[in-house]
Each structure stands twice: as structure tokens, then as C-alpha cells.
Design a protein around this ligand. Structure first.
Ligand SMILES: Cc1cc2nc3c(=O)[nH]c(=O)nc-3n(C[C@H](O)[C@H](O)[C@H](O)COP(=O)(O)O)c2cc1C
Length: 227
């Protein structure tokens, strides 16, 4: 996929977000008190009606690295709209990879009683949106993020119907840089029955300086603000 194709993908994500946002805003509260007897007037949604819960999972071992910057900017944008965020920095948590033991019977709990099981899974189960953030490692997501993704297995259908997005950074700037990662993310979203909200793919972001000078932090902020 070249960058023009990516922009198409991203704009489709934004389009579906607008549609889903419209759906969410069609919330009518029941009438109470004196107004209950009157003809019910449509009640405009307040910010609380559409407040969403967003789990951001990062996969870089660099606390102030390039993908962390995208995560920061995305969260800034999200919080500007009053949504709730929970950030899980996989590289700094004590987490273990799935053992494939099937003790969970794909519906929890997991025998690995670590930070994923105790802290992340409860947040994920009640989240509206899951944001995956990773540096590109050998054309895929980092091991730290993949370790978390594999552990979704313990609640196989528990994350159905959620919305998701992907943000990633890479040193390379060739058009094909993110092809394998995007394929993986799209397959994952299809299998998990997730609605894609969009992607920010940071080409040529091999250092913090280069990333700060690029358009990608602003794209991450805008993706956050679009929620
Ligand atoms: C183990 C490893 C593998 C990498 N693989 C790729 C790669 O396949 N393609 C690429 O463009 N950059 C690759 N990079 C570079 C990183 O994606 C890049 O430096 C990124 O900005 C790091 O993000 P971070 O600061 O959030 O950790 C790799 C870096 C490491 C350490």
C-alpha cells in the first residue's frame, strides 16, 4: 500500500466514525417529574452521553520514543473531547506470553495472573475503543504489543464489536513499509469483529526529532479529536 492508498484507508475509517458518532448521538433520556406528562421533547445529548472509554496499548521499550509521541498526541486529542483513557505500556509491565494451555477455555480467567490479566483485561472488556500503538519491528508489531494481542485469546469473543485503530512508526519511508503490519491489523480487526477507526502510519520516523518535525503527531492528535 502506498501513502495515497493509506490516506484512502484512513479516510474510510474517519467516515465510519462519523456514522457511528451519529448513531451514538441518537440517545433519548426518559422524561421525569413534571415534564413526564408533557409531550416528550427530544433531549439533546450531553457530553456525558457520548463519553467513550478508550484503551491505548503501547508496544515500545522507549518511554519517550517515536510511537510514544503518537500515543501522547492521540490521548491529548481524545481527552480534549472529555473521553476516558486507560494507557497500558506493555514494555514496562510484568507480562508473560500466552502458553496455549487452553485452561481459560477462551473465556478467562488466564492462568498467567499478571498485569494483562489483572489490570488490562478488565479495562478492555468495558472499553469502546482499543488503540494499538507500536514501532515497526521487522515489518510487524513489536513483541511487547504482540504479547498483549495473543493474550486476547483468553477472552476470545469478549472484545467483539469494539472499535479499533492503529498507530505505528518506522525508520523506512518507502511506500510498502507498513504493508505487512496493515495486513495483520486488518485481519485482526476482521477476526475480532472490530470497526476500524483509522490508522496513523509514521513513515520516516526513525528518531524522536524526525517524528516531531513530521506531520504524524498532528495526525494522531486529529484522530483522537475525531472521537
Ligand atoms: C528490533 C528492531 C526492528 C526494527 N525493524 C524495523 C523495520 O522493519 N522497518 C523499519 O522501517 N524500521 C525498523 N526499526 C526502526 C524502528 O521502527 C524505529 O526506530 C521507530 O522509530 C522506533 O520506535 P520507538 O521510538 O517508538 O521505539 C526497527 C528497530 C528495532 C529496534
Amino acid at each position: 500500500m502506498n501513502r495515497r492508498d493509506f490516506l484512502k484507508v484512513a479516510s474510510v475509517g474517519f467516515g465510519t466514525l462519523l456514522v457511528s458518532g451519529l448513531g451514538l448521538s441518537l440517545i433519548n433520556k426518559p422524561a421525569t417529574g413534571a415534564s413526564a406528562n408533557a409531550q416528550a421533547a427530544p433531549v439533546l445529548p450531553t457530553a456525558a452521553d457520548v463519553r467513550q472509554s478508550i484503551v491505548v496499548i503501547t508496544g515500545s521499550p522507549h518511554r519517550n520514543g517515536t510511537s510514544a509521541l503518537l500515543a501522547d498526541k492521540f490521548i491529548e486529542g481524545v481527552q480534549a473531547n472529555g473521553h476516558k483513557t486507560f494507557r497500558f505500556n506493555a514494555a514496562f509491565e510484568n507480562i508473560k506470553p500466552c502458553q496455549g494451555c487452553n485452561a481459560c477455555r477462551q473465556n478467562g480467567p488466564c492462568v498467567l495472573n499478571d498485569a494483562i490479566e489483572k489490570s488490562l483485561i478488565p479495562q478492555l472488556l468495558q472499553a469502546d475503543i482499543i488503540a494499538l500503538v507500536t514501532p515497526l519491528y521487522y515489518y510487524g508489531m513489536s513483541t511487547q504489543l504482540k504479547t498483549v494481542v495473543d493474550r486476547f485469546y483468553s477472552h476470545l469473543r469478549g472484545f467483539d464489536g469494539k472499535k479499533a485503530l492503529l498507530m505505528a512508526t518506522a525508520y523506512n519511508s518507502a511506500g510498502w513499509t507498513f504493508e505487512a503490519l496493515v495486513d495483520h491489523y486488518q485481519s485482526l480487526a476482521e477476526y475480532m469483529h472490530w470497526q476500524d477507526l483509522g490508522m496513523v502510519l509514521g513513515y520516516g520516523c526513525g528518531s524522536r526529532n524526525a517524528t516531531e518535525r513530521s506531520e504524524f503527531p498532528q495526525q494522531a492528535y486529529q484522530l483522537g479529536q475525531s472521537i
